[in-house]
Design a protein around this ligand. Sequence first.
Ligand code: EPU
Length: 338
Amino acid sequence: MASAFPCFSPGPVPNTLGVSCTADQLCVAGSEGRLIEALREAGEGALVLGQGSNVVLPERLDQPVVLAAWRGLRLRVSGDDALLTCAAGENWHGVVRYSLGQGWAGLENLALIPGSAGAAPIQNIGAYGVELSERVAEVRVFDRAENRVRALTAEACGFGYRDSLFKADPARYAVLSLTLRLARRLPMRLDYPDIDLELRRQGVTQPRPRQVAEAVIRVRRRKLPDPRQWGNAGSFFKNPIVDPGQAERLGRTEPGLATYPVAGGVKLAAAQLIDRCGWKGRRRDGVGVWHRQPLVLINFGTGSGPDFLALGEEVRRSVRERFGVDLEMEPSAMCPPG
Ligand code: EPU
């Protein structure tokens, strides 16, 4: 079928869930200019994706899809500080490796997170006590509502836990590049028990940033499935924040429930709630719940986007029935449940 727009043609849409999805109109944008041109051409309905690490896709997408696929890293050094600008299409873990390889600290806790640099600020990726927002100097976007390129400071990005201005209004912003603030020396963030334990196991007492990254990589490899082997989108749900009264009531009826005081309430561990509902290792057709970390749903090979949403809904229902807690999905759903 001939495409309605010259730079678009039918093609497969990459995604880490490993579901098969074909876009009727796909444009692989090899530069910022190409992406902007494609978005102007395709109009409001076009969807921008990087490596598809946080989306649940249908089998067929009839809206135009533009992939941010260009690369490029630029490091500007000023004494013991540096600014690293990454093109949207860079692989996130590649950015982490590059920065550490050049001797810069700041990204070590965020090693091995799947996806592209352009996607990182959208859900404000975070792991092992660090959120991307703490390292962001600037995000350059194409603002589709204003039809112009804008540079936003970290404050202007409205970052929250797995949240940002971009996630709240996905049809408006396309990320072009991300600038990170790095330093030769930063206080290491080792408060997360898993990382502390892993470093002790290695006999490391004064870790360098690279050693922290290696510990993070080992912990992630142990707990989380490799998307190349088992399609997944990392945590399928956010950790819920409930009010202190509800947390206290739950604590009485559910001994041993992990609670973390945060701004706006008390954070619970979604993994623990799902675990207590008996979901670990369970399978529904082509999809299932990862046996080592039940926050992660995986593809056994034949799972579709709607299958993931249907399983996610079942998990949510059982958590709601037992704990009265509503889990919110972390990836963006582009299709109705199966
Ligand atoms: N737990 C269980 N059973 C399990 C696993 C965990 O009960 O099988 C409980 C434990 O009490 C544990 C708690 O859940 O202490 C938290 O587990 P974990 O430390 O593995 O972290 P998480 O809350 O499950 C979050 C992020 C991850 C991030 C890790 C490390 C969210 C939604 N997830 O997971 O992010 O890597 O912390 O910082 O915030 C992602 O967003 O895709 C992601 C993988």
